[in-house]
Design a protein. Structure first.
Length: 195
């Protein structure tokens, strides 16, 4: 039986949440995809985090709210990235959803959203690259900054559920594209579900 993640799930330490999100399913407007890779960001100690050192801006203010909300921002002025706010109010932490796999019932619509074609028409390259990056995830779901700062609950049509799948092995690695982050670029805060 599928259970929607409760508020308490998101109020725990960010690194644990980043691991525990692996295998969970994001639901947005009826579309479903399984999380297979995440990255953790903790503002207090992480120079890669948008709110490092307690920096509050218009963009980052949602990160200081209580966990269980969406944090969606633009990179390169055109690609949306989905994060889940974690920990308690005032902490400034989130988990980036880095890679996903579509569920069978949503696969066709994801291909239409992302490529404008059916699954049968997709090339092997398109299949591999459907949701293997934060911007690609948002394109496939149709998520934009309009869905920033949304509480992840059923009533909003945007939530995360647990289908009971347990990831057998978690691969830890350094995060991607944060060379500016000094020692934080070496943190093993990227987590992937082993195949």
């Amino acid at each position: 039986m599928n259970e929607i993640l409760t508020k308490e799930f998101y109020l725990r330490p960010t690194l644990q949440i980043a691991k525990d999100l692996l295998g969970k399913v994001i639901v947005y407007n009826g579309l479903k995809a399984r999380i297979i890779e995440t990255e953790a960001y903790v503002g207090k100690i992480d120079k890669a985090c948008h709110c490092y050192g307690g920096k509050v801006t218009k963009r980052t203010q949602v990160m200081f709210k209580s966990g269980g909300r969406s944090y969606i921002y633009l990179i390169y002025g055109m690609y949306s990235c989905l994060n889940v706010v974690t920990e308690g109010e005032g902490e400034g932490a989130a988990v980036l959803i880095r890679s996903m796999e579509p569920t069978e019932e949503s696969k066709e619509e994801f291909y239409v959203n992302r490529y404008g074609i059916s699954v049968k028409e997709a090339t092997p390259y398109q299949q591999k690259n459907l949701m293997n990056g934060p911007g690609k995830i948002c394109m496939a779901f149709g998520l934009t900054v309009e869905q920033n700062d949304v509480e992840l609950v059923r009533e909003n049509g945007f939530y995360i559920e647990d289908e009971g799948l347990r990831v057998k092995q978690i691969i830890e690695n350094t995060r991607i594209n944060i060379d500016y982050a000094m020692e934080a670029k070496e943190f093993l805060w990227r987590f992937g579900a082993s195949e």
